[in-house]
Ligand binder design. Structure first.
Ligand code: SME
Length: 161
């Protein structure tokens, strides 16, 4: 399957899957599982949830990871500071990159907005250098929007919004 078709299939499957969920942790847990299952060459997928100026590890698929990242630090914290996605073609060239899985070579992070505020960061790692292109990012932003839509639907249960 080509990249575009794989992403379209992921987005459709994710939207259908989350339709039945009524709890934010279930939405995030199943999202990380489906993304990991449906995308090639991804060794870690997960969420860091924003609490004040700290990002705390949420549901993920992959090796154990650091549990707390301050806003402004690492790739994840820089994403929140800039309020925009970041593609990291080579993690060793990103100043302040925080290594979790030593085999990760490239990374992409996408902020998830709920009601105009950053709720979490979606983080994907790959063992391949330069795994994430601007095409990946365009589709991953749609993935983030699907997740945001379902979180918003359950807004009364959200952690801090
Ligand atoms: N590399 C991230 C930390 C999270 S792990 O990749 C799972 C960072 O620099 O913020």
């Amino acid at each position: 399957m080509g990249k575009k078709r794989a992403y379209l299939s992921l987005i459709e499957n994710l939207d259908n899957l989350l339709e039945c969920d009524h709890f934010e942790m279930s939405i995030l847990a199943n999202s990380s599982a489906l993304i990991k299952e449906m995308l090639k060459d991804v060794n870690w997928v997960g969420f860091y949830l924003l609490y004040d100026d700290e990002l705390l590890l949420g549901p993920f698929q992959g090796k154990v990871a650091c549990t707390s990242i301050r806003v402004g630090y690492g790739v994840v914290g820089t994403c929140v500071e800039r309020r925009e996605p970041i593609i990291v073609p080579d993690v060793n060239k990103f100043p302040g990159h925080i290594p979790c899985d030593e085999s990760s070579r490239s990374e992409v992070v996408i902020p998830i907005f709920v009601k105009g505020k950053i709720y979490a960061v979606l983080d994907l790692d790959s063992k391949k250098l330069n795994r994430f292109s601007s095409v990946d990012l365009r589709f991953l932003e749609q993935v983030a929007m699907v997740i945001s839509k379902h979180l918003t639907r359950e807004a009364h249960q959200l952690k801090n919004i």
